[in-house]
Design a protein around this ligand. Sequence first.
Ligand SMILES: Cc1cc2nc3c(=O)[nH]c(=O)nc-3n(C[C@H](O)[C@H](O)[C@H](O)COP(=O)(O)O)c2cc1C
Length: 367
Amino acid sequence: MDTDTTALFAPSIINGHTAKNRLSVAPMTRISATEDGRATERMTRYYERFARGGFGTVITEGIYTDQAFAQGYVHQPGMTDEVQANSWKPVVSALKAHGTLAIAQLMHAGAISQGNRFRDGTVGPSSIQPKGEQMAFYHGKDRYGLPSAMTEAQIADAISGFAESAGRATEIAGFDAIEIHGANGYLLDQFLTDYANTRTDHWGGTTENRVRLIVETLKAVRARVGARVPVGVRLSQGKVNDYHHKWAAAERDAEIIFGSLADAGVDFIHVTEFEAWRPAFVADGPSLMRLAKQHAPRAAILANGSLHDIARATAALNDGADIVTIGRGALANPDLPRRLADCAALDTFDPAILGPIADVKETELAM
Ligand SMILES: Cc1cc2nc3c(=O)[nH]c(=O)nc-3n(C[C@H](O)[C@H](O)[C@H](O)COP(=O)(O)O)c2cc1C
């Protein structure tokens, strides 16, 4: 490999917590928890491999936040009570034993939930049929159900689900930091998305109103976990059910969205695009990571999207990113940082790992 990867191995500090290098595992749902949402021994072995392989940070898969409408998938892990929180302790200890920063991603599936043992129906900002189809590798089939528009009380419950889960994740499970999943088409992103949110109250309409739920969730999580715990938000334009969506007001939206998070004291912003280095809106314009850094200069910027291309990952550090997060490339190379340090070749991702169902396979752990 010709790329000088030295810069990827410099430490990075997020709100006083040190990531020993700039390489993080991206959050990836693997539906390998027990049916009642507890993390398992297999998950501990799965996550530990990334830490042993040298990743400075691991962000967990999306963990559901309440016992109402948050759960998205059968066998998804939760953080909704002490039993679920305790089940994460071995995962966190395994990560920390290797000096790896452990970030819990908290998620509410909203209108694109396709498996929830607590409720039959789904909720979203408005009663609008979601685009796309359920994901087969998470046991989905057909179209998404028609959601009910959330009431004010349901919105308050969803916010407090995030806050209480963040408290359990840090105080019981021992996670170092919290990532609020505001991306990829899940509840918080549904509120942000013009066509999914047609509300006429203060949660809908202008971009400032549509980003309000993300901001209020961030504030509630911060109030619950205190000033010292790093709290971040993941954002994207594309969605699991609409890959090509773009923010309608382009750079002006980016300014409002990133700026609102900065004003609310976000410690890190995790942006994801299909290819992180591409202009976010128009040819030759800035990337989303560059815009995040521009409008939230005090936040650490985590960048995601096809950055297993290591030359691109290194270049991202000069385009606004502080840390790069790697998804498919980490599944193919759980020891990716060690390989880079040893100048060893990387394996190509084989989608068969995720088929027919995306659960963690024993064969994968033996790799
Ligand atoms: C199997 C799988 C599961 C995923 N689950 C999540 C998730 O739970 N939360 C999330 O924010 N992103 C999730 N993603 C998206 C990844 O974090 C990442 O954005 C995507 O894989 C693109 O990055 P890459 O090019 O490095 O693979 C998932 C991706 C894959 C492949």
